[in-house]
Design a protein around this ligand. Structure first.
Ligand code: ZN
Length: 133
């Protein structure tokens, strides 16, 4: 699947809204493509007291619920259309899921749909030896 299609699916998932006086959601959306060709979507959930969840991890939760863990492509964008790369916590989370996830391509710019790998975003990852057992 092309990054353009993943980008469009993520963009269509954006839905910024307040859910309660403490929680808002949908101002960031993510689409992940698995090795089986399935797409899983997620939005950010922002809360008081730092209990929220990034869009990427929400998409991953959806993927895990459906029995998958190997990601080949990831797109994340804000409601202003800005392409985002995963935060440090998400990079770690994505890396721990599967030994080949470091090879996933992550969209970093709409200019020619430039990408970066998770390995490039998280060099010298501490768990490489353990996950390759
Ligand atoms: Zn994150």
């Amino acid at each position: 699947m092309e990054f353009e299609k993943l980008y469009i699916q993520a963009k269509n998932t954006l839905n910024p809204r307040d859910i309660s006086p403490f929680i808002s959601a949908g101002s960031v959306a993510s689409a992940i493509l698995t090795d089986k060709g399935k797409v899983y979507l997620g939005v950010c959930i922002d809360t008081a007291c730092s209990l929220g969840m990034c869009a990427e991890r929400n998409a991953v939760a959806n993927m895990i619920t459906n029995g998958e863990c190997k990601i080949t492509k990831l797109v994340c964008l804000s409601s202003t259309g800005e392409i985002l790369t995963p935060c440090g916590a998400c990079r770690e989370y994505l890396m721990q899921l599967h030994k080949t996830n470091g090879e996933m391509e992550i969209l970093k710019s709409l200019d020619n749909f430039a990408t970066v790998s998770l390995n490039e975003l998280l060099p010298d990852w501490w768990g490489k030896k353990q996950i390759n057992v």
